[in-house]
Design a protein around this ligand. Structure first.
Ligand code: FAD
Length: 367
């Protein structure tokens, strides 16, 4: 979209993560004009797939789970290829001094994977949306009054009837200047809400082959040794490309683990075959300013997730929360982001008279 100083839309959506993209898709289907303003040069947000010569590896979301009907429906709608997460084999248990084999795999659960990477969901939605998505466009200010709502961004400003905050609440209140300020209770709630997985470091280690499977291992492990606490197989269909991944939950100020730290730990757990990876990819989400405000808090108090105040629009019914943290169902997951988007869409589309204005109600025969 070519944004100009005079641009007007029914809904300005801040963030082209999965929540923002689903919101825009459903609003446009309902005849509501939208602009999606995304600060990065890519869509997807916490759906982040790393592309390398060896394959595609997810550094953000990896799985979806049985019962997540919204994700399943989106996969079906967009024809996204998927495969089952690898479960077969024994898991490992790692403590200081050594690792032992478990009987079976109590660590992994039945789940699905996006064969082209989780970003494929966002990329497919953005391709379909086309023009309304503006990359490299950071929203700095939302000014609202009874008569108008103005969204100021990198390239100018946009007037809108509604604004959808499809970014984590603590980041929204840290990086966007609301004029007038949001009510204290809402500002404090958003500040106190932690970003889902915002203090995690995710490491993906790529190998020539899934050697652990030859030994009857699942590639899963629980570790009480720094840095990775939980490990899983991240290989593609039939083990190709071959990869393991793990999470390191890190407190504020803790150093990002190095490639050396991670490979040493994998050798302790899986043996000397783990010593020669093709590639090690490390993503410390604490350092990603597009997801997490400075000084990210650990994911402990989750009582702010799905808070009733997020279910209601603010600013006279025109400022809507839509990130996964605000979702009434499955907050934190992709499923939650889609649920939060649906809530914002419902609130905006039931305000149709306000969107079209008293003099421009859609007439019979309009499309
Ligand atoms: C390491 C990790 C592992 C995960 N694993 C899973 C998993 O296996 N399964 C699962 O279901 N979920 C998982 N999740 C969670 C999942 O990724 C999120 O639920 C989902 O991607 C959130 O989508 P969202 O659209 O709500 O927010 P985001 O993806 O955070 O999107 C927000 C967007 O807003 C943009 N933005 C920020 N500030 C501004 C601004 N001022 N102006 C304009 N744009 C802005 C950002 O660049 C971003 O694109 C994981 C997350 C992480 C980090």
């Amino acid at each position: 979209m070519r944004l100009s100083a005079t641009s007007h839309v029914d809904a300005a959506i801040v963030g082209a993560g999965i929540a923002g993209l689903v919101t825009a898709t459903r609003l446009i289907e309902a005849g509501v004009s939208c602009a999606v303003l995304e600060s990065q040069d890519r869509v997807g947000g916490r759906l982040l797939t790393h592309y390398s010569s060896a394959g595609r590896f997810d550094l953000g979301a990896t799985w979806y789970w049985p019962g997540e009907t919204r994700v399943a429906a989106l996969i079906e709608e967009l024809q996204i290829p998927t495969h089952a997460h690898h479960l077969a084999g024994d898991a490992m248990y790692h403590v200081p001094g050594g690792a032992q084999r478990m009987d079976g795999n109590p660590i992994d659960v039945v789940s699905g994977r996006f064969s082209d990477g989780a970003s494929s969901l966002a990329e497919r939605l953005a391709d379909r949306l086309g023009d309304p998505v503006s990359l490299r466009t950071t929203v700095h200010e939302v000014a609202y009054s009874e008569s108008e709502l103005k969204v100021t961004h990198t390239h100018g400003s946009l007037s809108a009837r509604h604004v959808v905050l499809a970014l984590p609440p603590p980041l929204a209140v840290h990086s966007i200047d609301f004029r007038p300020p949001l009510p204290d209770h809402l500002h404090d709630l958003a500040t106190a809400t932690s970003v889902w997985m915002g203090t995690a470091t995710k490491a993906v280690v790529v190998y020539r082959e899934a050697f652990w499977r030859h030994d009857g291992l699942a590639g899963a492990a629980v570790s009480h040794v720094w840095p990775l606490r939980e490990l899983h197989d991240m290989s593609g269909v039939n083990g190709d490309p071959a990869a393991l991944f793990g999470f390191a939950p890190l407190g504020p100020g803790a150093p990002t683990p190095t490639e050396h730290d991670i490979v040493n730990q994998l050798v302790e757990i899986f043996g000397s075959d783990a010593a020669a990876p093709l590639e090690v990819i490390i993503k410390d989400w604490r350092l990603d300013g597009h997801a997490v405000p400075p000084g990210a808090r650990p994911l402990t108090p989750m009582e702010t997730y799905a808070h009733p105040r997020y279910q209601e629009p603010a600013g006279d019914g025109r400022i809507h929360w839509a990130s996964t943290e605000t979702a009434p169902d499955a907050p934190g997951h992709i499923e939650g982001a889609i649920a939060a988007a649906a809530r914002a869409v419902k609130a905006i589309t039931t305000d149709r008279s306000a969107i079209y204005g008293a003099t421009s109600q859609p007439q019979q025969g309009d499309h």
